[in-house]
Structure formats: C-alpha cells, structure tokens
Design a binder for this molecule. Structure first.
Ligand SMILES: C[S@@+](CC[C@H](N)C(=O)[O-])C[C@H]1O[C@@H](n2cnc3c(N)ncnc32)[C@H](O)[C@@H]1O
Length: 209
C-alpha cells in the first residue's frame, strides 16, 4: 500500500482512545472488553473496511484491527467515526504485530485474518511475509486450540508459499480456492480486494491446527 504521511495522524488516534489503542506497553487482551465473546484479529487492517463490516455483521464476536502505520489506521478510524451506529465490538490497535504478539495472552484469539498481506517477493525478504515460519509460530501461540487463520491474497506466489508453510508448521488446510469470488464461501471484501479483484482472481485459505 502506498503510504502518504498525514500530519497529526498519531495525535488523532491518541485522542480517540475510547476505541483506539496506541500504547501497548501494558496491553491485556482480557481488559479490552467486559464481555467474554470470541476474539477475531486482523493483522494489517489497512483502511479498515473489512473489519468494520465484520464487526457490524457479527455482534457476538469482538474484533481487533491491527495496523502499523498511523496514517493508514487514521483512514480506518475516520471510516468508523462516520458510522451512525458504531459497533462497540471493535477496537483498533496502532502497533507492529511483531510487538503486539508478545503481549497477547496465549490461546486467546479464535480467528486471525491475513488479508492481502504484503508479498515480499524477494527470497531474502521471505521472513517478513506474514505467513513465514516466524509469524506462524506467533499465531500458534495466541490462537485457541480450535482457532483459524483465514487468508486472502491476489498473489499466487505468496499463496502457494503460504500453503506450504502452513503444512510444514502443522496447520491443516480446511478449505482453499484460487478463485474465491467464483465460490459461495461467505466473504466480506477489503479495500484492496475491491480494487484488485477486477484484474484477477482472489486466493483464499482457511486453516487450523
Ligand atoms: C496491502 S495492505 C492490505 C490492507 C487491507 N488488509 C486490505 O486488504 O485492504 C497490507 C497492510 O498491512 C499492514 N502491515 C503489514 N505488516 C504489518 C505488521 N507486521 N503489523 C501491522 N500491520 C502490518 C501494512 O501497513 C498495510 O496497511
């Protein structure tokens, strides 16, 4: 995603601390909501359409949207603020998931969403991919025993790499398709998906331990 720095983005996010967390020093997932609903988390929420629509649709799930760039998260939060009926089961976190993962309680997340993650195509960049063994180990630690990872991407190379890494890490592939939009799998689209699915099919995988 092309990044344009927006002046005052961090301050704006800090001012909306009712539903945006900008300091994860003392982060405790069990203190985010008073309700003990299942928790779903999107790594790299971008401008937030997917997670906002999910939170509106599934009121009995608590959602966390993680994004590392303040200027990008600002767009998601603006979208949320524009809603008349804001879903209270959604929180935004400004953090690099690498840092946040260390603070998330073991086996507390029911589903992780990886939507159109950066492909990092060069071999030397492989460990930055959100489905590299390093990240899959982080996910194993925070996912519940029956938790899922749901991935969508338009990048077939990243998808094939991810499928292999899931298997090597001991995840079972529950469903997969190289053309999500031609199936009847339930799907809420992301900004990136709306933009790029015109150019080619979307790959989808649902995996669990
Ligand atoms: C290509 S965009 C896709 C955004 C959105 N999921 C969508 O589908 O429209 C990937 C996003 O993931 C974010 N991201 C990548 N690595 C991250 C990390 N380690 N922690 C938090 N956010 C990350 C990027 O800043 C970027 O906004």
């Amino acid at each position: 995603m092309r990044l344009r720095h927006i002046k005052g983005a961090r301050e704006f996010l800090e001012a909306n601390n009712e539903f945006v967390i900008t300091d994860i020093t003392n982060f405790d997932i069990f203190n985010v909501w008073s309700s003990s609903q299942p928790i779903h988390l999107e790594v790299g929420c971008g401008k937030g359409k997917f997670i906002i629509d999910m939170a509106k649709t599934f009121k009995d799930i608590n959602f966390i949207a993680v994004e590392k760039y303040d200027s990008v998260l600002l767009r998601a939060v603006e979208k949320y603020l524009d809603l008349e009926d804001k879903p209270l089961n959604l929180r935004f976190i400004l953090a690099d998931f690498n840092d946040l993962a260390q603070k998330i309680a073991q086996h507390s997340i029911n589903t992780l969403y990886l939507n159109f993650s950066d492909p990092w195509p060069k071999a030397r960049q492989a460990k930055r991919r959100l489905t590299s063994p390093i990240f899959l180990n982080l996910y194993k630690n925070i996912l519940t025993k029956d938790g899922y990872i749901i991935q969508k991407t338009d990048n077939v190379d990243l998808f094939n790499y991810s499928l292999l890494q899931y298997e090597l890490a001991g995840f079972k592939i529950i469903s997969k398709t190289y053309d999500l939009h031609s199936t009847n799998i339930f799907n809420i689209t992301t900004e990136y998906e709306d933009k790029w699915s015109i150019k080619g099919p979307i790959c989808y995988a649902k995996v669990r331990l």
